[in-house]
Design a protein around this ligand. Structure first.
Ligand code: NOJ
Ligand code: CA
Length: 545
């Protein structure tokens, strides 16, 4: 097993993690001072969202230089210092890689736009208007409106899957491929341990730019009209797998370095498994727990289907939150978030923790004048989000709540986005001091996982229970057999399971049980989850914190 299969990855949104110079914006030097916290917490790697030079129209996903550092975040020397400190602490570092588009301020795009005869015209996707005028086809931007913008000077349209300020690169042009592979090489040479690759299946487009077919399920109430069309030609083209093979061949010349791909909600696990084959991505984000309502049957179906589709050959990932979604605790509730921590850290696959979810940070209220995110959601309405899909992403990107000092210990000045109003009690310092806190639960589970072959690499098998609101599964290796049982109901439940013998409680999500019980019937309080050692010796209490 490799580190990226046994380890846990923590996502940092650098703008909101730690400010070191008092400008209210998180930066690389600030993050470096907080790496010790991540080592203490017990994660194995950090994925840093983009810190490249950018006009920040999409907060760094609109890049003007893929091999630099935006002055707001520091310098390349700050990055080197961060990497050295992380490695000294035993933490690996993944950087975001955005190969599909650039900022419209990128020198490549400026040159490409300068004239139809520019030598780099074909680095981007330019097309003549449709014969009857208007955009070349019916493709829509993920962020609303047409995916094409007219450039008055040349009379041609350019394609942008996201904002008009983010023109798409043309991955059918070999020079583009070489340039972007050079970007990867640049960071690999600097010592990064891998990449989170943005919007992977969108890299290559239909060679004929055919119109997308209508979506028969489209509901006009949906805020984002993009879902009027089915993503058939702008997405998931077979050639994207050739690109991934190029990435992989390069990565394989640097042992231990990996690629994790961002994947859309609507891919079935079978498709994700193809993207995660051994000659392509190491890991593809499995979106299902993130996009599902907090219901036992849905979660079980997601885990079972993923397991069945991935088999033994490919390795899944589990994600409960990221910078594009509402906060986990806001989505499912504080008691539920404890059960989510247990689920995330005991499923078969690589878990990702979004910064602040380990202390249960909530979506912060953002008054209109403080709003920063121009982008509206890229997803169809989703029951799991508990509200309209078309919402700002600011509430889930507010500064990390470190302590009860002014500005939550994040900065000496009021930060770029407001601090969550609950920071005086919901913060790292307070939860470090509380052995029953959510943070203590995460830390306990992370440490337990590190020493547990079954949690790191064991098989997964879900169990039938007589309680539809409960989810139970086994994780097993020849030497270790663990049982995880979660009650997702608002009231207590007694769960009956197939005979398993006795089990020793390793921890409850409420961190207050240590008994050994017969596993045939298990009493669970509301939203409680329990991790059992099925062959646990009576002295297993030793592992409790
Ligand atoms: C993927 C990123 O996760 C998201 O934040 C961004 O808005 C889109 N790419 C488009 O750039
Ligand atoms: Ca700063």
């Amino acid at each position: 097993m490799d580190w990226w299969q046994t380890g846990v990855i923590y996502q940092v949104y650098p703008r909101s993690f730690q400010d070191s110079n008092g400008d209210g914006i998180g930066d690389l030097a600030g993050l470096t001072t907080r790496l010790e916290y991540l080592a203490w917490l017990g994660v194995d790697a950090v994925w840093i969202s983009p810190f490249y030079p950018s006009p920040m129209v999409d907060f760094g996903y609109d890049v003007t230089d893929h091999t630099g550092v935006d002055p707001a975040y520091g310098t390349l020397a700050d990055f080197d210092a961060l990497l050295a400190r992380a490695h000294a602490l035993g933490l690996r570092v993944l950087v975001d890689f955005i190969p599909g588009c650039t900022s419209n301020q990128h020198p490549w795009f400026k040159e490409s736009r300068a004239s139809r005869f520019s030598p780099v015209r074909d680095w981007y996707i330019w097309r003549d208007p449709a014969p009857e005028g208007g955009p070349p086809n019916n493709w829509l931007s993920h962020f609303g409106g047409p995916a094409w913008t007219l450039d008055e000077t040349s009379g041609q349209y350019y394609l942008h899957t996201f904002l008009p300020e983010q023109p798409d690169l043309n991955w059918r042009n070999p020079k583009v491929q070489v340039a972007l592979l050079d970007v990867m090489r640049f960071w690999l040479e600097r010592g990064v341990d891998g990449f989170r690759i943005a919007a992977v299946p969108l890299l290559v487009k239909d060679v004929q730019f055919r119109d997308e077919p209508p979506n028969p399920d489209f509901d006009p109430q949906w805020d984002n009209p993009r879902y009027q069309r089915l993503p058939v030609y702008a997405d998931n083209q077979p050639e994207v797998h050739d690109v991934l093979r190029h990435f992989r061949r390069l990565l394989d010349t640097y042992p231990g370095r990996i690629a994790v791909g961002e994947m859309p909600d609507y891919f079935p696990p079978e498709t994700l498994a193809v993207y995660s084959r051994p000659d392509r991505l190491h890991l593809a984000f499995t979106p299902c727990p993130l996009s599902l309502p907090w219901r036992a049957a849905d979660l079980r179906a997601c885990a079972d289907k993923t397991q069945a589709a991935f088999g033994a050959e490919v390795w899944p990932t589990w994600v409960m939150g990221n910078h594009d979604r509402p906060r986990l605790t806001s989505r499912i509730g504080p008691a539920q978030a404890r059960a989510a921590a247990l689920l995330l850290l005991t499923m078969r696959g690589t878990p990702f923790i979004y910064y602040g979810d380990e202390i249960g940070m909530l979506d912060a209220p953002i008054p209109p004048e403080a709003r920063r995110d121009r982008v509206r959601s890229a997803r169809p309405p989703n029951e799991a989000d508990g509200g309209p899909a078309n919402r700002s992403r600011d509430p889930g990107r507010t500064p990390m709540q470190w302590d009860s000092m002014p500005n939550a210990g994040f900065s000496g000045t009021p930060p770029w986005l407001p601090i969550g109003p609950d920071y005086e009690h919901r913060n790292v310092a307070a939860q470090r001091a509380d052995t029953g806190s959510l943070l203590s639960l995460y830390r306990f589970l992370l440490r337990y996982r590190r020493g547990s072959p079954a949690l790191q690499q064991g098989t997964y098998r879900s169990l039938d229970t007589d309680s539809p609101e409960c989810f139970a599964f086994l994780r097993e290796t020849p030497e270790e057999r663990l049982l995880i049982v979660l009650n997702l109901a608002d009231t207590a439940r007694v769960v009956s399971l197939p005979p398993l013998g006795e089990g020793q409680v390793i921890t409850s999500t409420l961190m207050d049980r240590a008994e050994r019980i017969d596993l045939q019937t298990i009493f669970l309080r509301e939203h409680e989850g329990i991790l059992f050692d099925v062959h646990g010796p009576a002295e297993a209490e030793e592992v409790l914190p």
